[in-house]
Design a protein around this ligand. Sequence first.
Ligand SMILES: Cc1cc2nc3c(=O)[nH]c(=O)nc-3n(C[C@H](O)[C@H](O)[C@H](O)COP(=O)(O)O)c2cc1C
Length: 201
Amino acid sequence: MEFGETLRRRRMVRSFSGRAVAEPVLERILDGALRGPSAGNSGGWDAVVLQGPAETAVFWEATTTEQWRKSSRRWPGLEKAPVAVVLFAHPGAYTARYGEPDKEESGLGAGSESWPVPYWFVDSGFAALLLLLGATEAGLGGSFMGNFRGEEGLALALGVPENRRYLGTVLLGEPGGDDPPSASLERGRRQAEEVIHWAHW
Ligand SMILES: Cc1cc2nc3c(=O)[nH]c(=O)nc-3n(C[C@H](O)[C@H](O)[C@H](O)COP(=O)(O)O)c2cc1C
């Protein structure tokens, strides 16, 4: 697929057919995410890849309630996503890297609290976008799930080291075709003349 078409086609897919993603396709999508930019080449993100209903249930059970699962209009098709890529950022990788001789002048090696922009979330966000674009290019659908509850329980259930910070989860799979539009889309996408400020705001 041509790159421009991949960009135009990408959108959040919230309903999946449930068909498994072939291993080579999944590996290609994951490999694409590893090619993202990384501050200081710190590479401070990790993914726990869950495949199939038994593994992806760990994500749903940790981050949603039974009440939500029953009431969400997106739930029936969303839960069928055959792959959930759970993303974690590693602040310590960046403070260590920026404490090295070629970066120590930045003063950012002292601790993650002093960082004006937490690069660990920037890099992990780039990786998430590459997963979404890779899925689109492969003819699959993808969706970024932010969470407001259960992150600690999820990390615990997945055996994630305590020094990692949860970013979100990318669901991947064949679209189900009955995707209810998100209420957020009613806002419309901001147009270039509104967003891009040439030379001065
Ligand atoms: C940081 C972030 C968190 C998001 N969280 C959710 C989420 O929890 N559930 C959901 O359905 N969509 C979520 N979205 C998707 C947005 O609603 C969506 O990207 C936006 O409405 C634009 O639609 P599009 O991506 O299909 O173009 C999230 C997107 C981002 C970037």
